[in-house]
Every structure is written in structure tokens, then in C-alpha cells.
Design a protein around this ligand. Structure first.
Ligand code: ADP
Ligand code: MG
Length: 632
């Protein structure tokens, strides 16, 4: 079974010749690339000639949405309506992002539930998926303008440490942008492809021993180090490490701090004049780039003479570089390797253009002492383009143009189960290699629940009613526990013949139930093609229905929790507070009846803002009581 591409225009299964592009959806910058003959090439802005699309989105008062370079200037001018670093929020719940939500200038909503984060812009609520889709759409349009053809199929890269939810969120973003995401690949894998690792012809691959490669990726806000073992087209990630808050931004800040310390600028000026602050920030980034090529920087900006030498810059940022090296050490340790075991180091990310960074990596891996013909350090001229170029190479392999690379068997459509509200939860995405074994943990939604229905579906739509049902069974005998406490693992195991085994197991009690499904291929290629097309065509509506259902689920959950809270703490609440809570409840109940997800979210937020101080008070009181109890 090979990849089944579809032609969106004709609604038919496409021939292999259709263009597939590769996309690097980055935290700071995104890029799109394609295969031009046998060379991967970045698709540049046709007018500006720029390769990078800053991953920034601005929502104007009049409803206009701008993405990329145009949106960058609003970061300081209009921070509340300017979204950046959305990749940090992909597939995350509020609890995961609480520690850094303050550094983002926009509003992230805490609804006190486990559900995924939402971003509030004026009166609308957006998911990170919708926001990423806007960036992807920009890249799609750029590619269509430059290549003069419709682009509907892509390969998108994600960090190696992205979990299932984050990968699925990235797929959904692609779908929402009108793209068929043929595959999600790891950024370090993509970068390695650029240097020809892993794409040897099958004959060579037989003899060649697997190569150990380190991919050092220092971007705008994040640092990732990955150790890979590559052989015969198989990429194994041996270990990953990094720091999600270490990147080029920190180097810029070091320069600003130096200018402040040298009194070339003053803190008061920076704070008082926002556009001056903006100018300085941009100047610092520019300075850093100049210092990658020159020994000295000096320029007058807004009446201030700004100076710094590369030597000074290196001293100021040495601790940052050392931190990355220390993390490289950790990654090697996890992979049980020594620096000498690494056969190639791939440098990725705009910040690896800094000479001191290159030098430090070279030193750490003892590159100079080794007697190899080729340089150990693989640094592409534009390291911020490597990942996108690799994605284009992968896309070309999927398109069937690279005859040497072999494709393994894959699942033709996504497989998943039904969750609350009739939503499809994908457990094994389409185009996954088989055999495969994946699992995900679920829990109960009602106190004392002893049974759980597991319904298995195949397809690409967000609601199970639009997908194909493969089977269902009931896991019974779950010991009664409060909602949320049972740990029910649903495992999907597909063997080499494509037979799917689904197992549900409650981990605390050990009760389990299994079903075998043989019919996942009992579907014609034509129906399969139709299903894929429908999923992309209906992506927007599907996502809207999904967002509404999710908002309702959440609202019901919160109403339930509020009732419970009032009952348990009635003695601690004033009459007025109870009345207020009931009014908020009523408003939320009214909102649930509507089909306006933004209204529901607004009411959820209002109820939470009112109830959370009360909850804290009740908690303090309970703790006090408990302590008193102990003394007796
Ligand atoms: P991400 O992968 O996080 O989206 P990139 O790989 O595009 O980010 O890297 C962006 C970072 O690279 C920015 O901090 C930018 O200032 C930095 N950068 C780009 N060019 C240079 C250069 N010539 N010298 C130093 N840093 C650079
Ligand atoms: Mg990157």
C-alpha cells in the first residue's frame, strides 16, 4: 500500500506527478520549499525576495488579518492583538503553559479544565490550531503564486519531542488551511535528509552501517539537540534534549543589556517610548547578525550611538552557548554515547550562524582532532532553511519521484475512537508506518462509572458520524471511582498484515477487553479518496462544530463542578456569593443553548473569574481545618 494522493481540483486520486511541498512550521519563522529538479529549493516571497515568513499573526480592528513580515511591526504597537510563538501552545492544556503565559503579550484563557488552551483576541476565541492554519495558508498562497499551480499536499515538520496531541494538532492545522498533510516528520530527520543521510539507494544501504548523527538546532526561542541513528532509510531518534526557552532572543537581550549598562541608552527611554523600544529591539537583532560577519558594530539609532564588538558579544553570551553544550552532553549521555561516537553534526536554526556557537559545537565534538576527509560539521549556508529543504526532499520521496528511497507499508486512513460529544480522537494517524503499536490514556467523565464504550472509527473527519465505524465493545467491571480517577489505556496494535487489535485496560484494577478488526482495508481507493477530499473541503465547518461541541462539553463540566462546589461549601459562602454564582450559572446555561462558541467561552471565563477566588478561599479554609484536626 503506497501513499494515496488526491487531486483537490478534480476530486480524484492524483497521479504521482503532482507537486508536494515541504513546510517548516517554526516557532519564530516558517518556510516552504519544493523540489526543483533534483535540488530542494526555498520558495521566496515573489516581491520582497525573502525566504522566512515570521510566525506572527495580527488581527486589526477592522477585521483584517496579516501574517508574516507585515505582522511583525505590531508586536510592540498592538501586542494584545498580535500572536507570536503559537507553536509553543500547540496541543497544550492551560496547565502546561501557565508558567510562561505572561511573556506572551496576548490573552490565554484559563478555564480551569484539562482542555486545550484558547487565545482570546477581542471577543473571539481561537485555538492554536486555527492560528497555525493562518500561517500555513500564507505559505500555501506563496507557493501557489510562485509555482503557478494549486498546492494541496504537504509534508510538515515538528520537533522530535512533539507528542501525539501536538502532532495531531499540526495535522489539523494543515487540514484547516486546505492542505492534505501526507506526513508529519521530525525536524532533525528533515535536516539530516539535506545531507543525504538515509537516502542511499537500497543496494548501498545493505552494506552501510547505521550512522550516528547529532542535529544541533538553535532557533529564535528554542534550542533542540537530537541524536539520531540513520541507516537504510530508517531514522531512529536515540535521544533528544534542549531548552524551550533558550534561543536567538536571549542573544538580542544580552546586547540590549550591554547598551543599558554602558549608558548608551536608558531604561526610562525604553519603557517610556514604545516605538523606541521597538527600534532598539530590532537594532539588537540586526547588530547580532552584523557580528556574525564582522568584528565590530557601530551605528547611530534615534540619536543614540550604539556600539559593541564581537569579543564583547561573545563574552556576554558565553553562558548561553555553554548551556547548549551542557544539554548536548545530556543528550549524548541518554543515548549512551561519547562525543567521538558522533559521525556528523548538522547545524540548524538561524542562531547557529553565530561564529562562537559553531566554534563551541566544534570543540565539544572534538571535530578538529578527527581524521575525516569530510568536515564533521555540516552547516548549510542558510541554517534557518535546512529543515524546510529536508521537508521538500521527504515530500519528493512521497510523491514517488525518488525511486531509490523505499516506502514502507502504511495505514491508508486515520484510526481512532469516539470521545464525548461524538468527536473523533485519532490514535493512529493516516500514513503511519505499520506494524505499529500506539496507546493513549483516557478516564471517566461521571462519578462511579463502571462501564466504558469503546467505538473504533476510520476516517479523517472531526465527528465520528462522518467516518467509518469499524467496531465497538464495552469495557465493564471498572471499580466505581470518582470521575477522572480511573486510568483507561486504549491501545491500537496493527500487525504487518494490517490486522488491528484494540485493547482497553483500566490500569488500577487491571480489567481489560480486546477486539480484533480485519476490515480496515475493506474500502475502495475511490471511497478513500472521497473521504480525504471531504475532510479537507469540510475542514472549516468540521472544526467549527468541533469547537462548539468542545465548548459545550467544557461548560457542562464546569456547571457540574460549580454545583458540587456550592453544595460542599455552602457554609463558607455568603448569600450574595451564592446568588452571583447561580446567576453566572444561568448565563452559561443560556449560552449552551446557542450555537455561539465564543459566547459560551465568554461565559465560562466569567464564571471562572468569579468562582476561582471563592475556591481558593474554600481551599485555605479546608487546609486550616485539616491542620486543626491534626493537633487534636
Ligand atoms: P525558529 O526555528 O525558532 O523558527 P530560526 O531557525 O528561523 O527560528 O532562527 C531565528 C533566529 O535566528 C532569530 O533569533 C534570528 O535573529 C537568528 N539569526 C538569523 N540570522 C542570524 C545571523 N546571521 N546571526 C545570528 N543570528 C541570526
Ligand atoms: Mg526551526
Amino acid at each position: 500500500m503506497a501513499i494515496i494522493p488526491i487531486n483537490m481540483q478534480e476530486g480524484k486520486i492524483a497521479q504521482n506527478s503532482e507537486m508536494i511541498v515541504g513546510i517548516d512550521l517554526g516557532t519564530t519563522n516558517s518556510l516552504v520549499a519544493y523540489m526543483n529538479g533534483d535540488q530542494p529549493q526555498i520558495i521566496k516571497d515573489p516581491i520582497q525576495g525573502t525566504a522566512l515568513v515570521p510566525s506572527i499573526i495580527h488581527f486589526a480592528e477592522n477585521g483584517d488579518v496579516t501574517v508574516g513580515n507585515e505582522a511583525k511591526k505590531y508586536l510592540i504597537e498592538d501586542p494584545k492583538n498580535t500572536i507570536f510563538s503559537v507553536k509553543r501552545l500547540m496541543g497544550k492544556a492551560f496547565g502546561d503553559v501557565q508558567s510562561f503565559k505572561n511573556i506572551l503579550g496576548y490573552q490565554i484563557i484559563d478555564d480551569d479544565t484539562e482542555s486545550l488552551v484558547k487565545i482570546r483576541v477581542k471577543d473571539k476565541f481561537y485555538s492554536p490550531i486555527e492560528l497555525s492554519a493562518l500561517i500555513l495558508k500564507e505559505l500555501k498562497e506563496r507557493a501557489e503564486t510562485v509555482l503557478q499551480t494549486e498546492i494541496s499536499k504537504v509534508v510538515i515538520t515538528v520537533p522530535a519531542y512533539f507528542n501525539d496531541t501536538q502532532r495531531q494538532a499540526t495535522r489539523d492545522a494543515g487540514k484547516l488551511a486546505g492542505l492534505d498533510v501526507l506526513r508529519i516528520i521530525n525536524e532533525p530527520t528533515a535536516a539530516s535528509l539535506v545531507y543525504g543521510f538515509g537516502v542511499e539507494s537500497p543496494e548501498d544501504a545493505e552494506q552501510e552501517a547505521p550512522k550516528k548523527v547529532a542535529v544541533y538546532d538553535l532557533g529564535g526561542g528554542t534550542f533542540d539537540i537530537s541524536i539520531l541513528e540513520i541507516g537504510s532509510g530508517i531514522y531512529e531518534v536515540l535521544s533528544t534534549n534542549g531548552d524551550t526557552f533558550l534561543g536567538g532572543d536571549d542573544f538580542d537581550r544580552a546586547i540590549i543589556d550591554y547598551w543599558l549598562a554602558q549608558k548608551m541608552i536608558s531604561e526610562t527611554d525604553l519603557v517610556a517610548d514604545k516605538s523606541f523600544g521597538q527600534a532598539i529591539r530590532l537594532a539588537a537583532e540586526k547588530t547580532k547578525k552584523v557580528l556574525s560577519e564582522n568584528d565590530f558594530f557601530s551605528q547611530e539609532i534615534s540619536g543614540h550611538q550604539l556600539r559593541i564588538s564581537r569579543k564583547q558579544f561573545n563574552e556576554l553570551t558565553q553562558h548561553l552557548v555553554q548551556k547548549t553544550i551542557q544539554l548536548c552532553g545530556n543528550a549524548l549521555k541518554d543515548a549512551k554515547l561519547e562525543p567521538q561516537d558522533i559521525e556528523a553534526i548538522v547545524l540548524v536554526g538561524g542562531s547557529t550562524r553565530i561564529p562562537a556557537v559553531k566554534q563551541a559545537v566544534n570543540d565539544f565534538f572534538h571535530a578538529a582532532d578527527r581524521k575525516t576527509a569530510d568536515s564533521l560539521l555540516k552547516d548549510y549556508i542558510n541554517p534557518d532553511e535546512t529543515v524546510a529543504l529536508g521537508a521538500a526532499i521527504q515530500a519528493d520521496i512521497l510523491a514517488g519521484n525518488n525511486k531509490d528511497a523505499l516506502l514502507l507499508d502504511i495505514t491508508p486512513l486515520s484510526l481512532g475512537i469516539e470521545t464525548v460529544g461524538g468527536l473523533m480522537d485519532v490514535i493512529l494517524p493516516r500514513n503511519s508506518k505499520i506494524p505499529a503499536k500506539v496507546g493513549r490514556e483516557y478516564t471517566t467523565s461521571v462519578d462511579g462509572q463502571t462501564k466504558l464504550k469503546v467505538a473504533i472509527y476510520q476516517g479523517e473527519r472531526q465527528l465520528v458520524r462522518d467516518n467509518r465505524k469499524l467496531g465497538e465493545f464495552i469495557l465493564s467491571g471498572i471499580p466505581p471511582m470518582p470521575a477522572g480517577l480511573p486510568k483507561i489505556e486504549i491501545g491500537f496494535i496493527i500487525d504487518a498484515d494490517g490486522v488491528l487489535n484494540v485493547r482497553a485496560r483500566e490500569k488500577r484494577s487491571g480489567v481489560e477487553q480486546t477486539v480484533t478488526i480485519r476490515s480496515q482495508y475493506g474500502i475502495s481507493e475511490e471511497d478513500m479518496g472521497k473521504m480525504l477530499i471531504d475532510s479537507v473541503r469540510n475542514a472549516k465547518e468540521d472544526m467549527q462544530v468541533k469547537a462548539l461541541l468542545e465548548a459545550r462539553n467544557e461548560a457542562n463540566h464546569i456547571l457540574y463542578a460549580t454545583d458540587k462546589f456550592i453544595n460542599q461549601n455552602i457554609a463558607l459562602l455568603s448569600k450574595h456569593e451564592v446568588e452571583q454564582l447561580l446567576t453566572h450559572k444561568k448565563e452559561l446555561q443560556k449560552a449552551i443553548q446557542s450555537t455561539d462558541k465564543d459566547l459560551i467561552n465568554t461565559q465560562i471565563q466569567a464564571l471562572n473569574e468569579f468562582s476561582s477566588p471563592l475556591a481558593h478561599r474554600a481551599m485555605d479554609k479546608t487546609i486550616l481545618e485539616a491542620m486543626k484536626g491534626k493537633k487534636v
